[in-house]
Design a protein around this ligand. Sequence first.
Ligand code: GUN
Length: 294
Amino acid sequence: MPTIIDGKKTSQDIKNEIAARVAEIKSEGGKIPHLAAILVGNDGASQTYVGAKVKACHEIGFESTLVRMEDTVSEEELLAKVEEINENPDIDGLIVQLPLPKHISVEKVTDKIKPEKDVDGFTPANVGRMALNWPAYVAATPYGIVELLKRYQIETSGKHCVVIGRSHIVGSPMSILMARNGYPGNATVTLTHSRTQNLKEIAQTADILIVALGKPEFVTADMVKPGAVVIDVGIHRVEDSSKKSGFRLIGDVKFDEVAEKASAITPVPGGVGPMTIASLLYNTLLAAERKVYG
Ligand code: GUN
């Protein structure tokens, strides 16, 4: 049986470590980390995600502010709110939950966030700093994967890492992080996407396979090299009448059959997903302690 990479436990370990640091900061009379989240509209999934982020802040002793805006809010009003939080010295980190309504430019809003407070790591400044291997806020999902590889002591140097999917928030940064000079890193990276030819053959050569294309159970056992490390970023709801909720969650990887070949694998749920909140909290701690921009 492969090692099951337990994101739920690892995320709880990280939260405990951050909570211990917050307790220290409190006892030293220092600044309590404060995260602000802007939520526009009433999208169910976004409300759940933001709710989970706010709850996690309370659990570990952070302060948090949730700003809710109607989905009819103008771009100008949203930009003004971002600016107000940028200038508020009590707030260390700011996230604007995505997606935004169609009449608002994600680029304009992202670009408005002060890089020093961009704990999502979405601004051009932080993406650039990450690519340069400078201190940076790294986006939650890639950072969560890096932390799992580290804590499970997965060897990456000289390995062939194949990333499936080139999104700005997962595949693309993951390819940069795995290739950079450091640990985890120093891998030979192949970034694949919808136009890639011979994807199956390429995937079969991966020592580390990172799957983030957003297609349920896309990766099957015949695409995986025996002994590979498989990281599944996908999350999809499928109907399941045997569950009380009426659904269950599956990933981009056909877990049962791939697990039989892999040396280590992340499950869905309980793998990469729970790590994203831990990453956001960690970035917020870095922001409060001025560890990235000095
Ligand atoms: N929507 C889905 N994931 C994220 C995230 O990591 N940050 C923000 N701000 N919005 C999201």
